[in-house]
Design a protein around this ligand. Structure first.
Ligand code: 5GP
Length: 184
């Protein structure tokens, strides 16, 4: 069976990566999303095992020591990591596997899986991103400030990515990401 595809979706917090990924999973149930581990507290409405595996910092550090992550990063005061388990198996089964991760993780994955397709999602502007982060009312002001500072750094690295999609119009962005995923 042909090896599957690994798709890395990166972009600043609040840019709409999660919304795009959820729309694609609903439309293409054959796509597989890697569920990350995080030490962040669940936001209201987030479900353990669906949005993330929410674990303690102690457990996260133990998993790093046991080499259980494909990649991991610290982001705005919390740890996030992609569990290795399962990803190679899914690729061997010919599946398309999506990783929704930040920049440092995306760089690490590029080293390990050079054939991975990497897509950077851009906001129409920084002021629009700030408005979205403030408007979603999910994080403290301190967390929003950290995310905006990180967003500016991440956007500077956009040219490292083979594909860039601007999320100006959500439906158009979904179509563009879909075309990239399913192109050869
Ligand atoms: P949030 O707290 O908003 O859910 O996620 C913060 C950032 O961490 C987002 O950019 C998200 O894509 C990224 N992220 C989520 N899971 C992982 C992961 O497993 N590894 C890395 N490196 N970043 C992740």
């Amino acid at each position: 069976m042909a090896e599957g595809k690994l798709i890395v979706i990166t972009g600043p917090s609040g840019v709409g990566k999660g919304t795009i990924v959820r729309a694609l999973l609903a439309k293409h149930p054959e796509l597989c999303l890697s569920i990350s581990n995080t030490t962040r507290d669940p936001r209201s409405g987030e479900v353990e095992g669906i949005d993330y595996q929410f674990i303690s910092t102690e457990k996260f550090k133990a998993a790093i020591a046991k080499d259980e992550f494909l990649e991991w990063a610290e982001y705005a005061g919390n740890y996030y990591g992609t569990p290795k388990s399962g990803i190679q198996l899914l690729l061997n089964q010919g599946k398309i596997v999506l990783l929704e991760i930040e920049l440092i993780g995306a760089r690490a994955v590029a080293e390990i899986f050079p054939a991975a397709k990497r897509i950077f999602i851009l906001p129409p502007s920084i002021s629009e991103l700030a408005a979205r982060l403030n408007g979603r009312n999910q994080d403290s002001q301190a967390a929003i400030d950290k995310r905006l500072a990180r967003a500016k750094e991440e956007i500077l690295a956009k040219d490292e990515f083979e594909f860039q999609v601007t999320n100006q119009d959500l439906n158009q962005a979904i179509i563009e990401v879909e075309q990239i995923i399913f192109s050869v």
